[in-house]
Design a protein around this ligand. Structure first.
Ligand SMILES: [Zn+2]
Length: 423
């Protein structure tokens, strides 16, 4: 069976030019003593906006692996697919994020709800979870309510899973079920019931992406109660361990954290929870590699800086339209956005320090960063003009991409190291 290792990182590469630089960050992890498996993820939404095909992500990943001589596993993730969008991902992908968030709350057939409640009467009462002092309580009402809320979504996940399995063969890919793009967080008790139902449906998931409490905006830090997040994550890990032991889910099952990148304030908590429960996570980052491309272009000065400013001006002019598809995962304060006129006068240093996510830097501007993050459509429209400059400035961009991924994500989450600089 194709198995996902304990530590894995999902990386986005909007324009399929940075796979080598991203893979270098995994080499650095290996040098520091941990195996971190790369998973290239790109959702149908991003492919549609840019006008690319999942086979391009596969080709870029394969080429990087070959060029750099990576001998460990790596995967291509059909990120947030559903029954209608999965087809073009079937051939090039070997990791499938089955997104059923839109089906939460839809009513399942009453007989199947009754059957689930009956089948899992063992879950009613006090459940002792290893590693958690208090355990969790599940009342008969909670069991039924959870079945009513989630069973239809789980049945939909099973329909999607079986379509993928029929096309690719059992055990030849990593299935994930994601429920993160929804309004309310799932509690650890709900997660346990969801896992029991997923096992009943015969989906051999290796990763599950619940929605955690707090805000996971794209490209910026976590907003929420860090200690509550830490408690929730510990309970979720304990619930997963319980479900693996009792319901026959794969032993490699772990949490997938759809971080939206840059959740620096919760990274220490994730690292600590992994140590406490001797487990790993799949840390999915968003396509913030594209922001490192802009930083590299701005840093290179000349035409690169001019293009970075042009992209900002366009993004500013079309901001409402750009952020609409991402409204639930970005918080831009329009008053904090500099005008394109201001930015036109900026030096490389002013541009990169506003965009680069260094929370200690007074020049860092999270509104500008989020606007540019959703502005990749502007660069996509530029076509060759953008790509030619990426290629002309490959070295300076690659340095930023590798450093960002390694020092800001891999080192704090998987090595428990903060503030490192890459070798
Ligand atoms: Zn997600």
């Amino acid at each position: 069976m194709t198995t996902l290792s304990t530590y894995s990182i999902g990386v986005g590469d909007r324009f399929a030019h940075q796979a080598k630089a991203q893979l270098k960050a995994c080499f650095l992890a290996g040098k520091a003593g941990v195996e971190v498996i790369p998973v290239w993820n790109k959702s149908n939404r991003e492919h549609t906006i840019i006008g690319t095909d999942p086979s391009a992500t596969r080709a870029a990943a394969d080429a990087a692996v070959k060029t750099l001589g990576w001998t460990k596993p790596y995967f291509c993730d059909a990120d947030h697919i559903n029954l209608t969008t999965v087809d073009r991902f079937l051939a090039p992908c070997d990791f499938f994020t089955i997104d059923v968030a839109d089906y939460i709350g839809k009513p399942a057939d009453p007989a199947s709800i009754d059957a689930l409640v009956k089948r899992h009467s063992e879950l009613v009462g006090h459940i002792h979870l290893e590693g958690i002092d208090s355990g969790i309580e599940i009342t008969p009402e909670l069991l039924r309510k959870t079945a009513e809320k989630f069973l239809f979504a789980i049945q939909e996940a099973a329909r999607i899973y079986r379509k993928i399995e029929a096309a690719k063969g059992k055990g030849s890919f990593i299935p994930e079920v994601s429920m993160d793009e929804t309004d309310s967080a799932q509690t650890p008790a709900e997660l346990l019931i969801i896992l029991a139902a997923i096992a009943d449906e015969g989906i051999p998931i290796q990763t599950i992406a619940p929605k955690f409490s707090g805000r996971f905006n794209k490209g910026v830090d976590y907003v929420g109660d860090v200690s509550q997040f830490a408690r929730e994550m510990a309970l979720d890990m304990a619930a997963i361990r319980y479900a693996v032991a009792h319901y026959g889910l794969p032993a490699s099952l772990k949490l997938s954290v759809h971080s939206g990148s840059d959740k620096f304030s919760i990274y220490p908590a994730i690292h600590a929870a992994m140590k406490d429960f001797s487990t790993g996570v799949h840390l999915k980052t968003a396509g913030t590699t594209w922001l490192e491309e802009i930083i590299g272009l701005a840093e290179s000065g000349g035409d690169g800086l001019a293009l970075a400013k042009e992209i900002y001006a366009e993004a500013f002019a079309h901001s409402a339209e750009l952020w609409a598809p991402y409204a639930t995962v970005i918080d831009i304060d329009p008053a904090k956005l500099p005008t394109p006129h201001d930015v036109a006068g900026w030096t490389s240093e002013q541009f990169t320090s506003a965009l680069r996510h260094d929370p200690r830097s007074p020049a860092y501007n999270s509104s500008l960063r989020q606007l540019l993050h959703v502005g990749f459509k502007i660069a996509a429209k530029m076509g060759r003009r953008y790509l030619d400059l990426l290629e002309a400035n490959e070295a300076i961009i690659a340095k930023n991409v590798t450093e960002n991924l390694y020092a800001r994500h891999i080192a704090p989450v998987f090595l428990g190291q903060n503030g490192v600089s890459p070798a």
